[in-house]
Every structure is written in C-alpha cells, then in structure tokens.
Write a protein that binds this ligand. Sequence first.
Ligand SMILES: [Zn+2]
Length: 401
Amino acid sequence: MYEKVFELIESRKDQLISDASELIGVPSVNPGQFEKEAAAAFAAQLKRDGINHEIVGPEPLRLSVLADLNGDAEGGVLFNGHLDVVPTGDEAKWTSPPFKAEVRDGRLYGRGSTDMKGAVNAFMHAMVAVRDAGVPLKKGVWLHAVADEECGGRMGTAWIADTGRLPPADMGIVGECSTYEGEVGIVRACTGIVQLKFESRGKASHAARPHEGNNAVINMCRVMIALQDKYERDTTVYDELLPPNTISPATTIKGGVKTNVIPDYCEAEVDIRVVPNMTPENVRAKIDKIIADVKAEHPEVDVTYTMGHWDPETLVPADAPVIKEAEKAVEKVMGYKPKHMKRSGTTDARFLNPKGIPSPVAFGPGDVVLGKMHDVDESVGVQDLINWSKIYAAMIISVCS
Ligand SMILES: [Zn+2]
C-alpha cells in the first residue's frame, strides 16, 4: 500500500513542482495584497484533482481554503499550512524574481517556497495519491490552507478555530520548516508569548525647576528596573525542549520632548515568554505587586499597563501519538528517526492545541538553515518536497486507514 502511494507521488513530481510554482507566482504578501488570489489558485488545483473543498474567511481579502478526504468521519489528521508570505525585502537582491518560481540546482526558488506554499502542495499531493491508490479511509483527512499566519493568525487559523470550523481530528500537523541541513526533524516545543504596554504619567515643568515637575521617564525606569530585578520567573523544567520563561522589560521606551522640559509621559513595552502554569492572572498579580512596592518607596510613581494577547506555549510530549506517528512516517520514507527540536518562534499550532488537536510546532519541508525563509533567495529542495509529500501520505495511511 505504501509503495503504491509513494510511486504515485513520484510520478506526479512535475505536477507538484508546477503547482507550488503557481502558488509562488501569486504575491500573497501579508501585510499587502493578502491571500484572496492565492486561495483561488489553490482551490482551482483542488478542483482539478477532485478534492472536496470550500473557501472561507472573515473578510473578502482574507480567505482560507478548507479541503478534506472522507471529511464526515470522526478522528483523523488535520494538515495546516499558510498561504500568506512575508514581504520580499529588496527585490534587486534576489537572483531570480521572488514571485517567478525557478528551479536551480535541484532547489525551487521564490517567496513562499519554503514558508510555506511548498508544504501546502505536499499535503495536497499526499491526499491525492492516497485517494488514487484506493487506500480505504476509516478516518478523516483535512487540509487547511490558511490566511494570516505571518501577522498573528487572527484572520486565519485563529478565526477558523474560534468559529467552530476545526474538524474532529485526533492530531494536527503544521507544515512549517523542520528540516536542518537536509535532515528531517520535528519541532515539539516552543514558549508562548505575551507583550505588555506600560504608561507612566508625571508632570511637566522647566528642567531648571525639576522639583515643580514629576519625571515620568525616571518613574518608568524605576518600574522597569524593578521588573528586571524582582520578577520571579517560573524556572520549572516542563520538558527538556521547552526553555524556561523569560521577561524582557523596556524592549522599547519612549518619552520626553525636549532637553529642558521634565517629561510628563513615557511609554515602554515588555516581552514575556510563557510556559505552562503561567496565566494572565498570576502574571498580573506578580507585576501589580512589583509596581505597588515601587510606589511604596516612591509615591510619585504613576505607572499602569495593559496586557496584549496571550499566546500559550506549544508543547507536545515526546510520547504523544502524533509524535509517534510522525516518527514512524519519517522512518518509513527516510530510513531514520527525526530529531526532536525546539524553536523560539511560534506557529499556528498554538491555536490547535488548546482546541484539543495535539499539534507539534513544526513538521514540514523547508530547511531552517538552507531555505532562507523570510530572507532573499528563499528556496526549498525539490526532492525535499517529494519526500515530505510521502511522509504526509505515510501518516495518512497509518492514522486514517
Ligand atoms: Zn510560515
């Protein structure tokens, strides 16, 4: 069964590369032109290959494509990949135009090749091959090609999750890059993030009469230094791959208008990385206590803050079924076990895990070292795409048939 499916994927190699090239040719830049045209192009490919799908989205330009095989089933696997891409940077620095895909020395070049239109087509060709080989499916296979991953995901996977459009899948695969110098890996863990904005209010006066004013910048500094020195980080080791949490106060700070004026306003930002057992409530309680202690010593301090969106950590245990299935699939295709890895940046997996679909951070084509994602001359190995399509197909056969 596996061999037949793998042969079908090999036989459609040119089609896979031509499909990925077509998607790369649509400049779905976020922010910018957005995903509407890319969603239409991908939907046309699905239609050509007879895969059931619909186009959905919260706004006319912010569209995602939801496709499935045997989508009425309970359980199975959900594949997730994004259709948006980051801006090109200086186009003059690209060897070939970023939105005109080109194969050179066995690599497919173009913006979105590795991050991650290549993965979207690898998913799709896995589904087509499984169906064409006549693999009987007991469970469902879903493919979400989504909008807005590069700018927070609120218009894509988060919207799909919040509007009840996630399927009853047993596990999820987000096909972001997890290949390192040609070796296939699996990213199991990354910290979450919350960003805070602090405001300090004081009183302006002439700098020659500072006692008549109240310096909002100095007050802000007292609070930022207290956060740096007094905030107790959670140093629990939850998993060997999950870094302990961090706090970085004053990553930005703005205040003051003129050298001879005592500033009456200052704002600063703080970046906190999130691990299990941290909640908005217990983080607030720690910060409130630190500000209160500063104020007890310096009553002139008037600092408030707002907390941004709370993005939880992604942590899938090494023995979770999705990790075991991913390992089995890599062994089948590559002949070795994938390395388990961590990553600092988060992916759309953070929207799937809280909804009961265990999904590692990243498991997909694209080479973190060679692929140059978000850089000029982004590329993906042609054979990598074929191998990954086989890996996804092997997962479908094992999980769903
Ligand atoms: Zn990406």
